[in-house]
Unconditional design. Structure first.
Length: 218
């Protein structure tokens, strides 16, 4: 299994886009955005240039992929109007169940955009798939952050190939919730991509209690 991070916060953008190569080519969460404010500061010209560079990179890999997955409908995890969905297998968050109002609307608009251009569209929440020798398992909807988060839900996924397993669990914001922790532990991955706690949102969308819970779990 070959795993390549395409765009992450540590690369200068809001994203978790990841390339996974087995006997198939997979891009998980093909999207990115910039943060209009980080700790009260606007993006620099260097950051805006980075957005352009990594957008091109995600586009290139998504065009080459066989399978695209979308964990939820925040714009740093998918491009709502892209041409690279055509002919792909799409494994995506169910836009009607276990979803908040804003993401429900975005999911509906996304399906209108792609129409019947993908090879296959499957709502992946809690489901298991096998293509060739590659197994892709999805979690049930997990909170986007702490228990009862207003940000809605995400679906984590695992990719298993020839005895190796990767788990991708973006935007759960650390292991704050037992259900999230239990699912990851049960999966017993070799490699774990896990979002950390968003300290930049403290006092706005995240609480000190959530930060404490996340640290205590680790």
């Amino acid at each position: 299994m070959r795993i390549l991070p395409l765009a992450f916060d540590s690369m200068g953008v809001r994203s978790a886009a990841t390339w996974v190569e087995t006997d198939l080519r997979i891009v998980i969460d093909p999207g990115l955005s910039f943060a209009p404010l980080r700790y009260g500061l606007p993006p620099t010209n260097r950051e805006l240039k980075r957005i352009e560079e990594l957008t091109r990179k995600i586009w290139e890999y998504a065009l080459a992929a066989d399978i695209l997955t979308i964990s939820h409908y925040h714009y740093d995890h998918y491009f709502p109007e892209a041409d690279f969905y055509k002919g792909k297998i799409l494994l995506i968050k169910d836009p009607k169940k276990k979803i908040n109002r804003s993401q429900k609307g975005r999911g509906k608009e996304f399906l209108k955009w792609v129409k019947d251009s993908p090879q296959l569209i499957e709502f992946a929440d809690g489901r298991n798939f096998k293509f060739r020798q590659t197994e892709i398992d999805f979690s049930p909807p997990l909170y986007h952050g702490g228990d009862g988060s207003r940000l809605g839900y995400v679906i984590a996924c695992s990719v298993k190939f020839r005895g190796e397993k990767l788990i991708f669990a973006s935007d759960v914001q650390g292991l704050q919730v037992d259900m999230t922790t239990d699912w990851i532990v049960q999966q017993n991955p070799d490699v774990l991509i896990l979002s950390g706690f968003p300290t930049l949102l403290l006092g706005y969308r995240s609480s000190k209690f959530g930060l404490h819970q996340s640290r205590m779990t680790y």
